[in-house]
Ligand binder design. Structure first.
Ligand SMILES: [Zn+2]
Length: 512
């Protein structure tokens, strides 16, 4: 109704945000809208209650099979778990197909051609331009990803044999330490440099110094305080959940909340006392500080400049958890010299760079599905084409005709758009660089920590408090001086590792 009404630019922006606010908009018809809601909850619950059940009747939850995927080095067993978990998705397919149809009807009633156009249209540029922008960013990362892929495939070939890991083909998807082969940090032991690397053991340091869950959160808060951000409110400490409560089930997946859109900030986590979780706490607090920074914006502007920004903020801070910082807060005694950086960079790359093509392909698949470019009988085929094209991984066994492998990833049945995570992985390095420049850190990017820099904090806060009141390009300019997303910082951050990888790969055939 309001599409053609003449209003000022600011009102138009708010109307557009309102119109694009739903992920899967319901059709106007009440019965169809009710059916769409029912499908949504059924798909979520199929995933949430999903289990892998063995022939003897014992069943494993996703948490349990994921732990196996992370730690087992038995290719046959990994394959059993990999295939087993994907069984949960088979019955989702007819519901998913029906949902696509209903969602598209809803999108059309708002003036979009389909849900794909609605999703691609949320980035302050024409919906058809946005995928080209993503391709551009990916092309900046691709050469480094290929070097990493080449080394990892070679090492997996040494470990499992080249029959299992053919050196001229995509990597079988069950061997990378993660159910979806989306982060590879769990196989660091297989692919790490042979030379001994001194990498700070944060988990051990936390233990040695008697940090409990609360102390870990306090330490993370103090990072933000050192940048000049106001301390978290008293209610944060009273109302957050830091530990898994006794005697009742909770969703342990870490999350951050602002309950009243003002000061009622909380996180919900079952904190493990590890270095990895220490990072996650910073990630979650990043959400809280962002939420608080834009709380005075009009309601529709209280949000992330684009959806990648919110996920990127805490990670940006976590990139400053460097040995230099760990020494400053007394968690380690000595900063290992730069020759040890390859080990640390490898760990970061296995998680963050390995993720990037996965973060890209999930919505490449969904955009084609939602726009009807691919028919339901080809959904799974397209999924694996994209997995091969971008990630260079392949299904370890031929997939059955009724397989619906995308459904085995939470964000597909739950309808959470995924491009935000791709963007966040690009943006966090770009933000880190901008903040290090502002903080006056002149060393290599991977050794920089902005801890204690109020200048960096002020610059960051300027961007955060804009919320989504202006196109994200303006928020970007506020912090970085340029309106463009740019993945070239990744090459700079990982430069020492790239040199090392190229040396390792010089007699190998790379690519797939
Ligand atoms: Zn997050």
């Amino acid at each position: 109704m309001f599409n053609d009404v003449e209003v000022d630019a600011d009102t138009r922006r708010q109307l557009e945000l309102l119109k694009g606010g739903l992920t899967i908009p319901p059709p106007a018809n009440r019965e169809k809208a009710a059916r769409l809601a029912q499908i949504g909850s059924e798909l979520s619950s199929m995933y949430g209650s999903g289990q892998y059940c063995r022939e003897d009747g014992t069943c494993l939850s996703l948490v349990e099979v994921s732990a196996q995927m992370a730690t087992s080095r038995d290719a046959d067993l990994l394959l059993v778990y990999w295939e087993g978990w994907r069984e949960v998705a088979v019955p989702m397919k007819p519901l998913y197909v029906e949902q696509v149809g209903l969602g598209n009807e809803g999108a059309q009633s708002l003036g979009f051609s389909n849900v794909s156009e609605l999703w691609r249209g949320k980035y302050d540029m024409p919906a058809d331009e946005f995928p080209k922008e993503l391709d551009r960013l990916w092309s900046q990362v691709e050469p480094f990803y290929e070097s990493l892929h080449c080394h990892v495939r070679a090492k997996l070939g040494e470990h499992y044999g080249e029959d299992t890991v053919p050196q001229d083909q995509p990597i079988p998807a069950h061997l990378l330490g993660n159910m979806w082969a989306q982060t590879w940090g769990n196989i660091y032991d297989v692919v790490k440099p042979e030379q001994e690397m001194q990498v700070p053991d944060v988990t051990a340091a936390l233990k040695a110094q008697g940090y409990d869950e609360l102390a870990m959160v306090k330490q993370a808060e103090s990072f933000f305080s050192s940048l000049g951000f106001e301390q978290l409110p008293e209610t944060f400490w009273e109302r957050s959940m830091f530990q898994k409560p006794e005697g009742r089930d909770v969703q342990c997946h870490a999350s951050a909340w602002n309950l009243d859109d003002q000061e009622d900030l909380r996180i919900k986590m079952c904190i493990q006392k590890t270095g990895e979780e220490f990072n996650v706490i910073h990630h979650e607090l990043g959400h809280n500080y962002y939420q608080r920074a834009y709380k005075d914006q009009p309601l529709l502007y209280r949000g992330s400049a684009n959806d990648g920004f919110h996920e990127a903020i805490g990670d940006t801070i976590a990139l400053s958890i460097t040995p230099k910082y760990l020494k400053q807060i007394g968690l380690i005694d000595e900063i290992p010299d730069a020759s040890n950086d390859i080990g640390m960079l490898m760990q970061v790359a296995l998680d963050k760079i390995a993720f990037i093509p996965f973060g890209l392909m999930v919505d490449q698949w969904r955009w084609k599905v939602m726009s009807g470019e691919v028919a339901p009988e080809d959904y799974n085929k397209l999924w694996w084409e994209l997995r091969e094209k971008y990630q260079g991984v392949q299904a370890p066994v031929d997939r059955d005709d009724d397989a619906f492998d995308p459904g085995a990833k939470y964000h597909v049945p739950a309808n959470v758009p995924y491009t935000r995570y791709f963007l966040a992985h690009i943006l966090q390095f770009q933000f880190h660089k901008a903040l290090c420049d502002i903080a006056g850190d002149e060393g290599p990017l991977n050794r920089c920590s902005i801890y204690g820099s109020e200048e960096a904090g002020t610059a960051l806060n300027k961007m955060l408090e804009m919320g989504m009141s202006e196109p994200w390009q303006n928020a970007m300019t506020t912090l970085t001086g340029s309106p463009d997303m740019d993945a070239s910082t990744i090459a700079a951050y990982f430069a020492p590792l790239k040199t090392w990888l190229d040396e390792q790969n010089k007699d190998r055939m790379c690519g797939w």
